[in-house]
Design a protein around this ligand. Structure first.
Ligand SMILES: [Fe+2]
Length: 422
């Protein structure tokens, strides 16, 4: 199900009926934002709490960041975009930190090289904890004291910071899983972690409403700028799989020579299969004649009924070709999700679409550093829809657009199929 956005004043959740929100008083809004801020900040710490000091400094590849860096970077985001421009009394915690913990915001100044984040053993974890506490206190002071005329604008920046931190909460898990998957002892992130189960019920394909449909974000509630403008798309006559592709179906693909049949693959995909030696999804390993997979609970036998995860766009596309089907476009996915005809749209695995990550018609990134958030990445990547088991509660929406490069498979990424009707 679509989940409401964080906004305490105007919950989103496109695709389901909403009662008109009543505007809270300023004091109520302050209290709600303070509570939302505390909830999100605490969730980051709760995810990091499963990890040792040593776990938190490791960087297993350039695309993955250390937990300690995630904890500091999301804190820098509030310092840089909320506190420094809006609180004249705010004192930067440490003048060296903006260089270390700026990610990709060129307009916010120079920054440390991304692939070298794992080399930063100082500041240590305790200093990052102090940094978080310093910024937490300052943000709460600002929430409590923002002048009435400025409150809506400041709360809007605060909300971007909270949504941003939630995105990093997911990355914290995907990045540490990648690190643990490099460790021959198969470390366990959380022994009590259990994968959510895929929906049961009849499989097969269901009709997607064809014709012209509007997609994107409209109305009240938070969205990222890449979900706008709300606009029309033409949906052909088609059907979409009710369920995600399962591990059982992926095992058939492997057994049928899916990874050794070049005709199934895009050229770049086949090059990647050969260069990387892919024979199965990411984190899969054969042990005692059975496939196992590295999970947040350690190495586990592959569950045939579970949705396949850790597949790249190249693999998803090759599987669709193997199955005689296609991947849905992001517009087809969104129309199907809004029509409520698909299971597990949210909460299991992000679903690759055949849509390149491009601006919607009329999209323009905002001026200034925050305009760098999404717009400058709109080339060479593919869109994933839905959300995953690692996505925080209250974060995803039916119009949400995730995006990664075609070879990426360290996210919880899967697929559902589509077929076209002549
Ligand atoms: Fe970030």
């Amino acid at each position: 199900m679509p989940r409401p956005a964080i906004s305490p004043a105007a919950p989103a959740a496109a695709g389901r009926a909403q009662a008109a929100p009543t505007a809270p008083s300023l004091d109520e809004a302050r209290a709600r934002w303070r509570d939302a801020f505390r909830r999100v900040r605490a969730e980051t710490e709760s995810r990091a709490a499963h990890l040792s000091v040593e776990d938190q400094i490791v960087q297993s590849m350039a695309d993955a960041s250390p937990t300690k860096w995630h904890r500091a970077h999301v804190t820098w985001f509030f310092e840089q975009f909320l506190l420094v421009p809006n609180d004249p009394a705010y004192k930067i915690f440490d003048q060296r930190f903006p260089f270390l913990f700026n990610s990709y915001y060129v307009a916010a100044g120079p920054r440390h090289a991304r692939p070298d984040r794992g080399l930063i053993t100082r500041p240590n974890g305790a200093e990052v904890t102090d940094y978080r506490a310093h910024v937490d206190a300052a943000v709460e002071r600002l929430i409590a004291s923002a002048p009435a005329a400025d409150a809506a604008r400041l709360f809007a920046i605060l909300e971007i910071g909270l949504q941003h931190e939630q995105q990093h909460q997911e990355l914290l898990l995907t990045d540490i899983l990648h690190a643990f998957a490099q460790n021959p002892t198969d470390p366990v992130y959380d022994a009590n972690w259990k994968a959510p189960r895929a929906s049961q019920g009849p499989r097969g394909f269901v009709d997607v409403p064809s014709g012209i449909h509007s997609i994107g974000h409209a109305g009240e509630g938070f969205c990222f700028d890449n979900e706008t403008p709300f606009h029309d798309e033409l949906i052909p006559k088609m059907r979409i799989a009710r369920h995600l592709v399962s591990n059982a179906e992926w095992l058939e693909f492997i057994a049928a020579g899916g990874y050794t049949t070049p005709a199934l693959w895009l050229s770049d995909g086949w090059t990647t299969v050969q260069a990387e030696g892919w024979q199965a999804p990411g984190y899969w390993r054969q042990q005692d004649d059975a496939w196992h997979v590295m999970t947040l609970a350690g190495l586990k036998a592959v569950d045939p009924a579970a949705a396949v995860m850790h597949v790249s766009y190249y693999e998803a596309e090759a599987f669709a070709r193997f199955a005689g089907k296609h991947l849905p476009s992001e517009a087809e996915w969104e129309v199907a999700a809004r029509a409520n005809v698909i299971a597990d749209a949210f909460g299991l695995a992000w679903q690759w679409t055949r849509s390149a990550y491009l601006p919607y018609p009329g999209y323009r990134a905002a001026e200034g550093a925050l305009g760098e958030y999404n717009g400058k990445f709109m080339v060479s990547q593919m869109v994933l829809r839905g959300s995953s088991l690692a996505t925080p509660e209250n974060h995803a929406r039916v119009s949400y657009r995730n995006f990664f490069y075609p070879p990426a498979r360290w996210q919880f990424s899967g697929l559902r199929l589509a077929e076209f009707v002549s």
